[in-house]
Design a protein around this ligand. Structure first.
Ligand SMILES: O=C(O)CCC(=O)C(=O)O
Length: 199
């Protein structure tokens, strides 16, 4: 199923960050042209019913420091998500059945270091993160010590692909920004296991 080559011309060369037994992590800048990035960002920012989740941490409930939303791709999708999914799938030669959205309103919003829960993914299936809006820095680090660490600026229109065993061996997160920064939206495309369905 996994096929990482781009279909059609890519405006900028992909950068392979990791490609070994621990997984494959590839950064593709400029996957989406700037006009689509701007249109999809505005449509999602203004048109999605964003959730402000609260989660237990130790003995109290805390705000999740970003807004979130999620869609099962077997049902109808907002047009901007359907268009983004179509472009990502065509470019990457992959299919996805789920998309999770994160809205980082400013530099105070973040996501802690984590890996995607492998029980909620098809075994060793790829996860593709599409970035819209302002650039934010992602930290990627190996679980094994001594840690290998990568700092990556996720630019608008870029796609970060984490494939193979990457979720087993690597963590990723977006720390709060030190400098003022505007809003960013990410779309995380995934292949979720479902009864009687292949993607
Ligand atoms: O916003 C991003 O690019 C990262 C999102 C993420 O790590 C997640 O949804 O699990």
């Amino acid at each position: 199923m996994e096929q990482l080559s781009l279909i059609g011309p890519a405006p900028s060369a992909a950068r392979t960050l990791v490609d070994d037994a621990s997984g494959r992590i590839v950064y593709q800048p400029e996957l989406v042209p700037a006009p689509e990035c701007a249109a999809w960002f505005a449509a999602l920012r203004d048109g999605i019913e964003w959730q402000h989740e609260r989660r237990p941490m130790y003995d109290r409930m805390v705000d999740v420091p970003r807004l979130t939303a999620g869609f099962d791709c077997t049902g109808p999708l907002p047009p901007a998500i359907a268009a983004a999914k179509q472009l990502v799938e065509a470019r990457m030669g992959l299919r996805f059945n789920s998309v999770g959205l994160n809205f980082y309103r400013d530099g105070n919003d973040s996501v802690a270091m984590h890996n995607d829960r492998t029980a909620e993914l098809l075994p060793r299936s790829p996860v593709a993160l599409l970035s819209l809006g302002e650039t934010r820095v992602m930290r990627i680090q190996s679980k094994a010590r001594p840690r290998r660490a990568i700092k990556l600026a996720l630019e608008a229109g870029s796609l970060l692909l984490m494939a193979g065993a990457a979720q087993e061996h690597w963590e990723h997160g977006i720390p709060k920004a030190r400098e003022p920064v505007g809003a960013r939206i990410s779309l995380a495309f995934r292949q979720r296991p479902r009864a009687n369905e292949t993607v």
